[in-house]
Write a protein that binds this ligand. Structure first.
Ligand code: NAI
Length: 251
């Protein structure tokens, strides 16, 4: 039902997990998709499986020069971006006293600054075209969090703040900016998270989701596709929970 024919969307962190599912969903909806990731091997394999409407660029989203080169490559292959999905991210498991300033910056560079750098690269084209849509993949940690993940909640709360701030700055140019906050989604990152916690945490996570299951990358991708499409034409500055109801409950 969602038609992205004629749209070009760049997706960061697209080699695997939620980003790969987003790329797949957008390509199925008729979009041209530019995949970006630091993991060259997996990125090529993911892109190759998606067919001719995609292109990819190996890119560390914390590096403005790499972003400029990647954007130029994708623009040559697919045209300027009318959509951007800032999905690349990493977890953090630091101790607030032991953490060094370098480690702090490494986390914030990927989970927050990279989204601004990517937006900065595509916004001139979107403004010139008179519109566009940016979706930032935040997290339920933007509003609630758990012990042992310092300072992940700060980066994701910052990303939701960036979403609002950017939405206000670019709305007059027809560019919409929204966040999506997933609950627990079955990916390698979640496996890594469970590896940092006792075995009963997985069972507890299942209980917390009202719908009685963990999410899939496709659950997130469907909402992202909606936010990129004209069906969401009056939606901007918002944070969409895709969390099986987790954030609605108290017990
Ligand atoms: P993942 O770890 O499976 O995939 C993340 C991808 O981002 C990887 O392919 C990785 O190579 C890439 N990446 C990491 N740093 C990068 C950089 N500097 N430049 C370019 N690419 C980079 O993670 P997953 O689970 O697919 O998560 C995607 C997003 O969703 C992240 O922002 C994460 O914080 C968020 N999220 C995930 C949840 C989950 O339960 N899996 C829950 C809530 C939010």
């Amino acid at each position: 039902m969602i038609d992205l024919t004629g749209r070009t969307v760049y997706v960061t962190g697209a080699a695997r997990g939620i980003g790969a599912a987003i790329a797949r969903t957008l390509a199925s909806a008729g979009g041209r998709v530019g995949l970006l990731d630091v993991d060259a091997e997996r990125l090529a394999a993911t892109a190759d499986a998606l067919g001719p409407s995609v292109a990819y660029a190996v890119c560390d989203i914390t590096d403005p020069e790499q972003i400029a080169q990647a954007a130029a490559r994708l623009q040559r292959a697919l045209g300027p971006a009318s959509g951007l999905v800032n999905n690349a991210g990493r977890n953090a498991y630091a101790d607030p006293v032991q953490m060094t300033t370098d480690e702090w910056e490494e986390v914030f560079d990927v989970d927050l600054k990279g989204a601004w750098l990517m937006a900065r690269a595509v916004l001139p084209g979107m403004k010139a075209a008179g519109g566009g849509s940016i979706v930032n993949i935040a997290s339920l940690h933007a509003s609630q969090t758990c012990r042992g993940m310092f300072p992940y909640a700060a980066t994701k709360a910052g990303l939701v703040g960036l979403t609002r701030s950017l939405a206000l700055e670019v709305g007059a140019h027809g560019v919409r900016v929204n966040a999506v906050s997933p609950g627990y989604i079955e990916t390698d990152l979640l496996t890594e998270y469970f590896g940092h916690h006792p075995p009963d945490v997985r069972k507890a996570a299942l209980h917390k989701h009202i719908l009685g299951r963990l999410g899939t990358p496709s659950d997130v991708a469907a909402v992202v596709a909606f936010l990129l499409s004209d069906l969401s034409g009056f939606v901007t500055g918002a944070d969409w929970a895709v969390d099986g109801g987790l954030s609605a409950r108290f017990d």
